[in-house]
Design a protein around this ligand. Structure first.
Ligand SMILES: [Zn+2]
Length: 318
């Protein structure tokens, strides 16, 4: 078989969140360190990397919220072992049992820890549950290949509760539930009304380039506009550090996807191939976003064929 540069590049970067590391070694336990960001809210910061054996897949940010009715988690990490450790750490921190786990979207770094919780307390948008039902086994297989022993005991689990309403009240602490999309087909954002903290899931990337394997950039822009209008204080992004301004992660995510959209369109029109497009210059003002080159190359691999089909004339039909 002739391997073109395109198939090589696509193979390297097409799979979600892949860093090519494999190991059969026994994994150590996860270190989970919650940092307080607002009254009764802690953030557990994920590694600023792709999923790899060295980080056990713990790359997404997780949020712990203390409420009078019990502990609420937003996202659950990449594996059963992570979810079990998270449950222990969160309950020790707040002194109350976990009563709700929200899964923000279908990606495995956010939702594969839910096996540690009773399905009826795990809630997600209908589109997220549909996406996990469709793609979850494939994600799980990839995670086992990358993470080996970290994944031991992790089976694909689905949220048992479908989010229908737009808020939930936990003994007086009210959480607004925003059904958005763009990073994926269904993205949940959560606003804690008491502290004004927005938990943006992967709609928000902060000091870290946005991941786009399942993205619809036009919808993502609309969702960012909706978040921008909330009047919140701080924001917890899906990846990257806490945003005390509440605005910076929104602005950075928007700047990256706007640039990406224009740059890829111009690259296709200018006749660049995928390898060349993956090597294009990233503008100065976006270079402080971690994993920029890695995410650009992944974005090229899944957007390019679609853009070429849309933008380039077919010689056999002209
Ligand atoms: Zn994601």
């Amino acid at each position: 078989m002739r391997v073109s540069r395109r198939t090589t590049l696509a193979g390297l970067v097409a799979a979600p969140l892949v860093a090519p590391v494999m190991s059969r070694a026994a994994a150590p336990d996860y270190t989970i360190t919650p940092t307080p960001v607002a009254d009764g809210i802690w953030m557990i910061t994920g590694a600023d990397e792709g999923i790899a054996f060295d980080n056990g897949g713990a790359i997404a940010n997780i949020t712990v919220i203390a409420t009078p009715a019990g502990t609420v988690l937003v996202d659950s990490g990449p594996s059963l072992r992570y979810g079990q450790r998270l449950k222990h750490v969160a309950e020790s921190l707040t002194g109350r049992s976990v009563v709700r786990v929200y899964v923000t979207h279908l990606h495995p770094d956010h939702g594969m820890g839910i096996g540690a919780f009773a399905p009826e307390i795990v809630a997600a948008l209908p589109g997220t549950i549909a996406g996990m039902s469709r793609d979850g086994q494939g994600f799980s297989d990839q995670m086992y290949r990358l993470l080996g022993d970290w994944m031991r005991g992790t089976d694909l689990a689905l949220p048992g509760k479908t989010i229908g309403g737009d808020e939930e009240d936990f003994g007086g602490r009210r959480l607004r539930l925003l059904a958005l999309s763009g990073h994926s087909a269904a993205d949940l954002a959560v606003l804690d009304e008491q502290s004004g903290t927005l938990i943006g899931g992967d709609l928000l990337f902060h000091d870290r380039a946005p991941a786009t394997p399942t993205a619809d950039l036009a919808r993502w822009r609309q969702s960012l506009a909706a978040l921008d209008a909330l009047g919140h204080k701080g924001a917890i992004p899906g990846h990257g550090p806490y945003d005390g301004t509440g605005r910076q992660a929104i602005a950075q995510t928007r700047a990256w996807i706007d640039w990406l959209d224009t740059a890829l369109t111009e690259a296709v029109r200018g006749g660049m191939d995928m390898v060349e497009a993956g090597r294009m210059v990233i503008p100065e003002q976006l270079r402080n976003m971690a994993s920029g080159r890695y995410e650009l190359q992944r974005s090229v691999s899944h957007f390019y064929p679609m853009l070429e089909a849309k933008l380039l004339p077919r010689v056999d039909q002209s």
